[in-house]
Design a protein around this ligand. Sequence first.
Ligand code: ZN
Length: 396
Amino acid sequence: MAEAAAAATSGKVVIRNIGLLLSGDIDRPILDADTIVCEKGRIVAVGKEADCNTEQPDLLIDARRTCAAPGLIDSHVHPVFGDWTPRQNQLGWIDSTLNGGVTTMISAGEVHLPGRPKDIVGLKALAITAQRAFDNFRPAGMKVLAGAPVIEKGMVESDFAELAAAGVKLLGEVGLGSVKAGYEAREMVAWARKHGIQSTIHTGGPSIPGSGLIDKDVVLEADADVIGHINGGHTSLPEAHVCELCEKSSRAIEIVHNGNEKVAIAAAQMALQLKCPHRVILGTDGPAGSGVQPLGMLRMIALLSSLGNIPAELVFCFATGNTARLRNLDCGLIEPGRAADFVFLDRAQHTAGRTLLESVQLGDLPGVGMVMIDGVVRCGRSRNTPPAMEVPVVVQ
Ligand SMILES: [Zn+2]
């Protein structure tokens, strides 16, 4: 299992001969460009090869006309420590997910930790420890944004100030702890927001024995920044209530793999109908009772594009740029200044689709040919996806 220091970045990286460049930007999902230049782990230029300074690279990659997209961002995971999950007692799940094209994962709470503390001092200590641990250690190079406390009754504003001062930037899913009433959640979410901590609320029925129902009225009253797994995790609210949430709230609409797939499609289509596709973000909600899905993000993209009849290039934005913008991340978009986090894709061998985008719209998963984080190649041809027709090569 590859370990990389958080600060590991590259020198000058030139990626040429890109066949399709997906930007991650929902307003302009496909760029008319074939070259990306990066310095010190950041994108410095995107354009036609003749217009970019491609001289003297430390790393030159020939994309061989494959597709370059921003590394996928899983908006909803439940990590614990390192590359281990107690939920399915599995090692290497993060490394496996990197092979599914994901470069950033966002914790919705380290809730699976055996013996997870629920007292206020303990939950704060766990959040700070998880934030530090994943900041110091990136399994397989994956950026895991963790340290997401599950709020409990009795917390006061100074607890949120203290967490923020210690570097905590996220709340775990509101509703997984003892705070389940709308008015109580609303007060704590507002304290979190005031101190720069972003919040997510659990939506729908209980996930596992011990968690509870959060209905649409509680979601609306709590007003968390992200309507977490709006399609349930697994059990969904009635479809009409999910559509009502899309309409009445202006917050992020998070759709997950470990949820109700029919309602996933309904929520995405509702967002398009309401002309707010920029609010849709995707996650897996793994590890879960259903297991760990290293290709969960790609499966969500194929599901929404094929059965939801949404152009594949837009759905890729749900999994990249939308999440980056709504969560203030420096990755997720292919534009100068952003982190050099990419996934290289091609249509899978023997798909009926003639192009990558057509294959996804037909419901097939794409093949991952390479994943790069901060300008460093983290894997070549994926060990998990169906084989891509063509893969990028390192020229020098
Ligand atoms: Zn949940």
